[in-house]
Design a protein around this ligand. Structure first.
Ligand SMILES: [Zn+2]
Length: 157
Protein backbone atom coordinates (compact mmCIF):
# COMPACT_ATOMS: atom_id res chain seq x y z
CA UNK A 1 0.00 0.00 0.00
CA UNK A 2 2.52 2.62 1.09
CA UNK A 3 4.88 1.52 -1.66
CA UNK A 4 2.60 3.29 -4.13
CA UNK A 5 4.37 6.41 -5.32
CA UNK A 6 2.96 9.33 -7.27
CA UNK A 7 3.95 11.95 -9.77
CA UNK A 8 1.48 14.83 -10.00
CA UNK A 9 1.28 17.19 -12.95
CA UNK A 10 1.46 20.99 -12.48
CA UNK A 11 -2.22 21.30 -11.61
CA UNK A 12 -1.92 19.00 -8.63
CA UNK A 13 0.84 20.54 -6.53
CA UNK A 14 -1.60 20.95 -3.66
CA UNK A 15 -2.70 17.34 -3.99
CA UNK A 16 0.93 16.19 -3.85
CA UNK A 17 1.27 17.91 -0.44
CA UNK A 18 -1.86 16.18 0.82
CA UNK A 19 -0.68 12.79 -0.43
CA UNK A 20 2.52 13.33 1.57
CA UNK A 21 0.43 14.18 4.61
CA UNK A 22 -1.40 10.89 4.02
CA UNK A 23 1.94 9.06 4.13
CA UNK A 24 2.79 8.70 0.44
CA UNK A 25 5.80 9.58 -1.64
CA UNK A 26 4.30 12.14 -4.04
CA UNK A 27 6.29 14.41 -6.33
CA UNK A 28 5.34 17.37 -8.42
CA UNK A 29 7.78 19.01 -10.84
CA UNK A 30 6.24 22.26 -12.02
CA UNK A 31 7.31 23.35 -15.47
CA UNK A 32 8.54 19.94 -16.63
CA UNK A 33 7.31 19.17 -20.18
CA UNK A 34 4.68 16.42 -20.45
CA UNK A 35 6.97 14.04 -22.31
CA UNK A 36 9.55 14.21 -19.58
CA UNK A 37 6.90 13.81 -16.91
CA UNK A 38 5.58 10.54 -18.34
CA UNK A 39 9.10 9.18 -18.88
CA UNK A 40 9.94 9.93 -15.26
CA UNK A 41 6.74 8.21 -14.10
CA UNK A 42 7.73 5.15 -16.15
CA UNK A 43 11.36 5.18 -14.97
CA UNK A 44 10.45 5.49 -11.28
CA UNK A 45 7.30 3.37 -11.39
CA UNK A 46 5.14 6.26 -10.19
CA UNK A 47 1.42 6.63 -10.75
CA UNK A 48 0.90 9.72 -12.89
CA UNK A 49 -1.88 12.01 -11.69
CA UNK A 50 -3.28 14.33 -14.32
CA UNK A 51 -6.48 15.82 -15.70
CA UNK A 52 -4.90 16.58 -19.06
CA UNK A 53 -6.72 14.55 -21.69
CA UNK A 54 -3.94 15.18 -24.22
CA UNK A 55 -1.52 13.55 -21.81
CA UNK A 56 -3.78 10.49 -21.79
CA UNK A 57 -3.41 10.21 -25.58
CA UNK A 58 0.30 9.49 -25.32
CA UNK A 59 1.21 6.01 -26.48
CA UNK A 60 3.25 5.29 -23.36
CA UNK A 61 0.09 5.80 -21.27
CA UNK A 62 -2.37 4.11 -23.64
CA UNK A 63 -0.13 1.07 -23.74
CA UNK A 64 -0.32 0.85 -19.96
CA UNK A 65 3.44 1.27 -19.41
CA UNK A 66 2.72 4.19 -17.13
CA UNK A 67 -0.05 3.76 -14.60
CA UNK A 68 -2.19 6.87 -14.66
CA UNK A 69 -5.02 8.24 -12.58
CA UNK A 70 -7.13 10.61 -14.62
CA UNK A 71 -8.67 13.29 -12.42
CA UNK A 72 -11.87 15.27 -12.92
CA UNK A 73 -11.23 19.00 -13.25
CA UNK A 74 -12.26 21.67 -10.78
CA UNK A 75 -11.70 19.76 -7.55
CA UNK A 76 -10.33 21.39 -4.43
CA UNK A 77 -7.18 19.82 -2.99
CA UNK A 78 -9.19 17.95 -0.40
CA UNK A 79 -11.73 16.73 -2.95
CA UNK A 80 -8.86 15.60 -5.16
CA UNK A 81 -7.35 13.72 -2.23
CA UNK A 82 -10.69 12.06 -1.47
CA UNK A 83 -10.93 11.05 -5.14
CA UNK A 84 -7.47 9.43 -5.15
CA UNK A 85 -8.16 7.64 -1.86
CA UNK A 86 -11.42 6.27 -3.24
CA UNK A 87 -10.08 5.28 -6.66
CA UNK A 88 -7.00 3.50 -5.35
CA UNK A 89 -8.48 2.38 -2.05
CA UNK A 90 -5.63 4.04 -0.14
CA UNK A 91 -5.15 3.86 3.60
CA UNK A 92 -3.99 6.90 5.57
CA UNK A 93 -0.47 6.33 6.85
CA UNK A 94 2.16 8.12 8.85
CA UNK A 95 2.43 11.72 7.74
CA UNK A 96 5.49 12.60 5.66
CA UNK A 97 7.03 16.02 5.30
CA UNK A 98 4.46 18.03 3.33
CA UNK A 99 7.22 20.11 1.76
CA UNK A 100 9.48 17.40 0.38
CA UNK A 101 7.96 13.99 1.19
CA UNK A 102 10.79 13.00 3.55
CA UNK A 103 10.22 10.67 6.50
CA UNK A 104 9.49 12.42 9.80
CA UNK A 105 11.53 11.29 12.81
CA UNK A 106 10.65 11.90 16.45
CA UNK A 107 13.12 14.34 17.99
CA UNK A 108 13.55 15.32 21.65
CA UNK A 109 11.92 18.59 22.54
CA UNK A 110 15.21 19.97 23.90
CA UNK A 111 16.92 19.50 20.56
CA UNK A 112 14.50 21.83 18.76
CA UNK A 113 14.16 24.45 21.49
CA UNK A 114 15.95 27.12 19.46
CA UNK A 115 14.23 26.19 16.19
CA UNK A 116 10.52 26.45 16.95
CA UNK A 117 8.37 29.36 18.14
CA UNK A 118 8.33 29.58 21.97
CA UNK A 119 4.55 29.30 21.95
CA UNK A 120 4.77 25.87 20.30
CA UNK A 121 7.55 24.83 22.63
CA UNK A 122 5.42 25.68 25.64
CA UNK A 123 2.25 24.10 24.37
CA UNK A 124 3.43 20.82 22.83
CA UNK A 125 5.66 17.87 23.61
CA UNK A 126 5.88 15.86 20.40
CA UNK A 127 8.26 17.21 17.79
CA UNK A 128 9.40 15.72 14.48
CA UNK A 129 12.15 16.52 12.04
CA UNK A 130 12.11 15.72 8.34
CA UNK A 131 15.00 13.36 7.66
CA UNK A 132 15.41 14.88 4.19
CA UNK A 133 14.98 18.67 4.46
CA UNK A 134 15.19 19.21 8.22
CA UNK A 135 11.84 20.97 8.58
CA UNK A 136 10.42 20.72 12.11
CA UNK A 137 6.83 19.72 12.80
CA UNK A 138 4.86 19.35 16.00
CA UNK A 139 1.49 18.04 17.07
CA UNK A 140 -0.27 21.38 17.21
CA UNK A 141 -3.60 22.65 16.02
CA UNK A 142 -2.41 22.85 12.42
CA UNK A 143 -1.33 19.21 12.55
CA UNK A 144 -4.64 18.19 14.08
CA UNK A 145 -6.63 19.99 11.40
CA UNK A 146 -4.59 18.17 8.75
CA UNK A 147 -5.23 14.80 10.35
CA UNK A 148 -8.94 15.60 10.69
CA UNK A 149 -9.11 16.59 7.01
CA UNK A 150 -7.37 13.33 6.01
CA UNK A 151 -9.86 11.31 8.03
CA UNK A 152 -12.77 13.11 6.40
CA UNK A 153 -11.30 12.54 2.94
CA UNK A 154 -10.82 8.85 3.68
CA UNK A 155 -14.40 8.46 4.86
CA UNK A 156 -16.03 9.74 1.67
CA UNK A 157 -16.27 6.30 0.12
ZN1 LIG B 1 11.17 17.63 4.22
Amino acid sequence: MFDLTFLCDDMFQGLARWLRAAGYDALCSPGVPDGELVRRAEREGRILITSDSRMMERRIIRSGRVRTLFMPRGLTNKEALAHVIRELDLKIGKTRCMTCGGVLKDVPKESVASLVPPIALNAYDDFFRCAACGKIYWHGTHWESIVAALRRAAKKK
